[in-house]
Design a protein around this ligand. Sequence first.
Ligand SMILES: Nc1ncnc2c1ncn2[C@@H]1O[C@H](COP(=O)(O)OP(=O)(O)OP(=O)(O)O)[C@@H](O)[C@H]1O
Length: 231
Amino acid sequence: MLKVEQLNQYYGESHTLWDLDMHVPEGQCTVLMGRNGVGKTTLLQCIMGLIKARDGVMQYQRQNLLGVDAEKRANLGIGYVPQGRQIFPLLTVEENLLIGLPARRDKVRSIPPFIFELFPVLKEMLGRRGGDLSGGQQQQLAIGRALVLDPKLLILDEPTEGIQPNIVAEIGDIIRKLNKDIGLTVLLVEQKLPFARKVGDRFCILDRGRRVAEGEMHRLDDGLIQRYLTV
Ligand SMILES: Nc1ncnc2c1ncn2[C@@H]1O[C@H](COP(=O)(O)OP(=O)(O)OP(=O)(O)O)[C@@H](O)[C@H]1O
């Protein structure tokens, strides 16, 4: 569904992603892993068009993404839940959910009810300001806001960062449900190994801006973990 090949990215003179290849197969959940600062967020931001890649190939459903600007990528069916959630703290839960709707091509202009089935807490808190929600509730809102656009590919950057363990398990269940029951293809950055194993079908590991391993989750062995993931 998404194919990245020979991608190079620079921050100024600093070469950050090096000849990077990654494959996200349709219907599967791929977990992007690696230590802090290896380039995971940079790669996601390149995919979303938020920062520019210098060269390489990025194809989504066989369409070249490099010439498509950031807003249009959402229209193509790519949903993004950024690191740190980035909800609007002064807007209500409802306003946060409504904000992306005008971008929908199918002219749906109300919040799809399945969002409240997935996240009942959002329905209870529709009138609350985003900034007054707990971290876990804000994460649910951030995922809900991405789902409002009816994506086919959902990209999440560390959805469990700074969230209580019981809510982490809930977020894991929701990601699995979105992937296995609703059929969304998922790409997520995750540092927590048990979580990655629980939700992921495949892994892709980065180290210093390069892809160093990729495969089915059951092939993520102690050698790879020691070499590329433990701190
Ligand atoms: N806006 C920026 N300008 C310059 N350098 C940057 C910028 N953003 C990130 N970097 C650098 O690029 C490298 C990759 O950062 P990136 O945030 O993509 O890594 P990451 O794997 O997502 O890390 P983390 O797990 O800590 O979020 C790091 O060395 C970082 O310092």
